[in-house]
Design a protein around this ligand. Sequence first.
Ligand code: GRF
Length: 222
Amino acid sequence: MILVSGGGTNLQAFIDAVREGRIDLEIAAVLSDNPTAHGLERARRAGVPAVCVPRADYADRASFDRALGDAIAARQPDIVILAGFMRVLGPELVARFAGRMLNIHPSLLPAYRGLDTHRRALEAGERWHGCTVHFVTEELDGGPCIAQARVPVHPDDTPERLAARVLEQEHRLYPWVAALLASGRLRYADGTAWLDDRPLTAPCTQTSNDRANLDLNLSPDP
Ligand code: GRF
């Protein structure tokens, strides 16, 4: 199950990876809080059920979270993928899908939690930026990190240019990590991410210039 609020390019990466047989996943449905999310249209075009739980229909976050949780549970997904889902989830909803929910964040966490990451990284003069896939916990952008892709920051970068390069890496990294979770190789226990029964002491890494070896790069750092 994939949750989106907007354009859904990460969703599209999942759709393409499944269709081309690069990952072993079935997308049960796409769910959005936003009736006009382009991600819903991408789902329909791909023949995937598209479901909307409009945030505007609910008086408060608790009732929205309950409806969202019920809509997810109704499809009985093994895993839940947040792909540009722009709502902060309350603790009860997070607990309902603990260890089964992933998010991708456009920074090398723990750096730059929250919004506007590309501009902040540029303003700080970072030489490297990137994205992180992590388990979702109650702490916003704070769950255990699983994997990161790094991109160099160029001297003439704008937030938009940098965002586009990071997004390209998100599309490579995220479906792969999700497939690891679905396969059971990746799991969450004791507040930690485990890969092949080893705790991840640092996120797995993928560098932007070594694309052919994505599988090999996605092993725990020594
Ligand atoms: C991505 O930058 C992702 O890291 C963040 O939201 C954005 C979603 O983009 N969580 P898209 O809707 O997948 O194009």
